[in-house]
Design a protein around this ligand. Structure first.
Ligand SMILES: Cc1cc2nc3c(=O)[nH]c(=O)nc-3n(C[C@H](O)[C@H](O)[C@H](O)COP(=O)(O)OP(=O)(O)OC[C@H]3O[C@@H](n4cnc5c(N)ncnc54)[C@H](O)[C@@H]3O)c2cc1C
Length: 310
């Protein structure tokens, strides 16, 4: 193995990947090169954190065209003789990981939440069995694409002077953008919130939601929800779902309102620093994971909470 490439179109996530790459580099002596596409500010930021950067400037290369981005990364890996490419395991990053592994003839792991190195192997921790267990896995072939879940590693704040190297790529676009439209859903990033109020089906009535919103606002947090509240009841957009089919969140404080705590939900919240569960069923699975439990009817508990906080 000769080197590690890191890439995400989001600078914060690339800085997390830089921390992950340094974990591998410290154990293996591999060099690290970041790739930045049509984003000079990102390239400059990464270089001030000590990373050498291949800066690609190509108007024909559209970030949504993951086949073309995969081809660019394959070319960058060829140039730097890298054997490991780290990507962010967000929606676009996961699509990219699969495509890249296919064109680069590499092994691939996504949704990786921790990395350790042992005897030259990169050991990756991932949730398995729908989030009921955590497995440590590694890729057995030389070329490795590893997509790391957001917030699994801290953002690198190291200071340094990396080189920004202009890197030309030969790209055949596979997409032509005909029109762009703003998403109908809201742009909330629940996975970045430090305080989350998570609404489950126990909230029962849509009329109770404004109070939850007020409390979240007063605390400087965001409102998220369990899957049925968004997918079945349509009270929220799917951007706010916590869990296996939604977002993996690690807030400092998660206040869970009327969620039963099925494993597909808890996988998205269990790494929170402090969990409070309010539920009228003392046997709810959610309560077993919580640091604090209030057995109460939300119709009474939520207005009481508002009185205490606002
Ligand atoms: C492949 C797959 C993927 C899935 N992915 C996800 C996912 O990403 N996220 C997700 O959330 N789910 C997911 N699910 C669904 C998941 O299994 C659960 O069905 C879902 O999480 C249940 O949502 P809930 O806890 O809000 O509702 P419920 O299970 O109905 O629980 C409601 C809770 O509220 C309590 N309650 C009721 N009334 C009150 C009241 N008045 N006061 C206080 N408490 C009250 C009840 O005691 C209960 O504990 C997935 C399922 C599958 C099969």
């Amino acid at each position: 193995m000769a080197g590690i490439i890191i890439y995400s179109d989001t600078t914060t996530l690339t800085l997390e990947l830089l921390t992950a790459a340094r974990t591998i580099a410290e154990a293996t002596g591999l060099t690290i090169t970041a790739v930045s596409i049509n984003n000079p500010d990102q390239a400059a930021e990464l270089s001030t954190r000590g990373a050498d950067v291949y800066a690609i400037d190509s108007t024909g290369l559209i970030l949504a065209d993951t086949a073309a981005v995969a081809s660019a990364l394959e070319q960058a890996a060829g140039q730097s003789e890298a054997n490991i490419i780290l990507l962010a395991s967000n929606r676009r990053g996961k699509e990219l990981a699969g495509r890249l592994a296919q064109v680069w003839d590499a092994g691939c792991l996504s949704d990786v939440k921790a990395i350790t190195c042992k005897k030259g192997m990169v050991l990756c921790e991932r949730n398995v069995l729908g989030g009921a267990a955590v497995a440590t896995q590694h890729i057995t072939v030389d070329k490795q694409v590893i997509a790391i879940s957001p917030r699994s590693f801290p953002v690198s704040t190291d200071q340094g002077e990396g080189k920004v190297i202009e890197f030309e790529v030969d790209i055949k676009p596979s997409l032509r953008i005909v029109e762009t439209r703003k998403k109908a859903e809201d742009n909330v990033k629940i996975e970045e919130a430090e305080i989350l109020l998570v609404v489950g089906q126990g909230i029962e009535n849509i009329e109770n939601l404004p109070v939850v919103n007020e409390i979240a606002k007063a605390l400087g947090g965001e409102v998220a929800c369990s899957k049925p509240v968004a997918s079945d009841k349509k009270w929220f957009g799917e951007e706010r779902i916590v869990g296996l089919s939604g977002k993996i969140c690690k807030p400092q404080l998660a206040i869970i309102l009327g969620v039963s705590g099925q494993v597909q939900f808890t996988v998205g919240i269990r790494d929170s620093h402090t969990i409070v569960s309010i539920n009228n069923d003392e046997k709810a699975f959610m309560n077993q994971m919580a640091d604090y439990v209030l057995i109460a009817d939300l119709k009474e508990a939520v207005p009481e909470l508002k009185k205490k906080i606002i």
